[in-house]
Structures are given as C-alpha cells and as structure tokens.
Ligand binder design. Structure first.
Ligand SMILES: [Zn+2]
Length: 255
C-alpha cells in the first residue's frame, strides 16, 4: 500500500500522469481512491481558486479488495492538503497488537538531534544483514493466497521492526521531555477559536460548491488567513522562548 501526496491528479492532463500510471502498472497496484470516490479534492490553495486531487491510496489487489470506504477530511485546517482516510475490513491485526505490546521501546521518544547517526547507520546495517528474507518468498506469485507465505511475511516484518527498534534503543538517547512536537503552546488561548471558525467557514464553502467569489468565498479566505496568522504568531513566540533558553544556558556556561 502506498499512500500520500503524489502531486498528480488521476487525469490524463496531469503532468505526472504517465509516470504514475507506469508506477501503478509495474507494481500491480490499484488506485483505490479513484475507484471509490469522485469529484473530491485533497489540495486547496489558500485563495480557494485552485483545488486538486493529488493525494492517493494505491493498493495491491488483495488489499484493495478489503478497502471498505474512503473518506476525505475537509475539516482539517492545519495543512493545505486534506487527509484521505480509508477503512479496511477482514484484516487480522491481532498478532501485530501482541508485537506492539512486546516492544516497549515502540512507544519511546528518541532524541535524534543528539544521536550518533553514523553509529546508528552502521549498527542497523550490520544487524539487518542478519535478518534472512524468507526463502519461500522468492517463488511467490503476485496473486498469492498461501497462508504459509502470509505468516512468513508477518514473521519477516516482526524481525525487521524488532531489529530496527533494538538498534534505535542501543544507539539513540531517549528524549526526556515528552512534550509532543505537534502540541503548539498557546493553541487554546490564541489559536483554537480562530481554527474553529476557519474550519466552519471552510466546510460551508465546500458545501456551497467551492464558489470562486462572493460572501462565502470571502469568509473562507478571511477566516483561514486569521487562523494561519495566529498559528504563526504562536510558533514564533515558541521559537523566541527556545532561543531565550538557549541564550541563558550559554550565558551560564561562561559565568
Ligand atoms: Zn506467496
């Protein structure tokens, strides 16, 4: 399954259409969103004058058969892209849940900025070399439904993830401050109201058929600009606090 921003509409007039079609054909994939939804957009320029459908979900036939529904979340305001969400049925994820609980380091936050990346790279390289690719995979067809192969893939996946997890735990310091990078300090006081208004205006604009002028269009652009400005102020203030802390740390060292 390949998900994300392809910068390409599922449309012959799109610049990367041919390359995308080759990629899809070469890898036996299906564009699951194009098969299920129509007349949507996943990207919207701030002025509302340009929208496009350039994010996609590409699946193998086996996974595409299990895609139950695909939805676009127009209510998300923090990016000019709108998330695509899909529901899959008939996936047996029980064994994976067990793996996640076995791996306590799975939930740890690592301080990559202070990691010895060369050491990490060398460790991962030599440890991954010890993980064998299951032999049976070499003569597997693209329309495989062998349960033996499925469990071999599960086992192989577990070994890869566990190996990378162990290397990370061994080479990268754990982040002590668990403050989530996605938390914006001051959001509730300064940004939340503007965000909620911008979201409501945007949804109203979508329901109205994405008008390119008039009151609904103007309100969408205006409230969106207000929200982005407030968010920018918040982030700038946070950066200033960080800079102040670094400066006083430095000053303490020299005293
Ligand atoms: Zn197979």
């Amino acid at each position: 399954m390949v998900i994300g921003d392809f910068n390409c509409a599922y449309d012959t007039s799109s610049r990367f259409y041919d390359s995308s079609m080759h990629f899809i054909a070469d890898n036996y994939l299906i564009c699951s969103d194009a098969q299920r939804v129509s007349d949507i957009f996943t990207y919207c320029r701030d002025d509302g004058l340009h929208t496009s459908w350039i994010d996609h979900v590409l699946c193998s036939k086996i996974l595409d058969d299990r895609v139950k529904e695909i939805n676009i979340h127009y209510e998300y305001q923090t990016s000019d892209h709108k998330p695509l969400a899909l529901k899959l049925t008939g996936l047996d994820l029980i064994s994976h849940a067990n793996i996640a609980t076995q791996m306590t380091h799975y939930n740890a936050k690592y301080d990559w900025a202070n990691a010895d990346i060369d050491q990490y790279r060398n460790t991962v390289h030599s440890e991954l070399n010890k993980v064998d690719i299951p032999r049976c995979m070499f003569d597997c067809s693209h329309n495989c439904d062998s349960t033996q192969h499925f469990s071999a893939i599960d086992e192989y996946y577990t070994q890869l993830i566990t190996c990378i997890g162990k290397c990370t735990a061994a080479c990268v310091p754990v982040l002590k401050n668990r403050n989530n990078a996605h938390n914006v300090p001051g959001w509730s006081d300064l940004v939340k109201d503007k965000h909620d208004i911008a979201r409501a205006s945007f949804l109203e604009w979508v329901v109205a058929g994405k008008p390119r002028c008039g009151y609904v269009h103007k309100m969408m652009c205006h409230t969106r600009a207000e929200f982005k400005l407030a968010l920018r102020h918040c982030k700038a203030a946070e950066e200033q606090l960080r800079a102040d802390a670094r400066a006083s740390q430095l000053a303490d060292k020299h005293n």
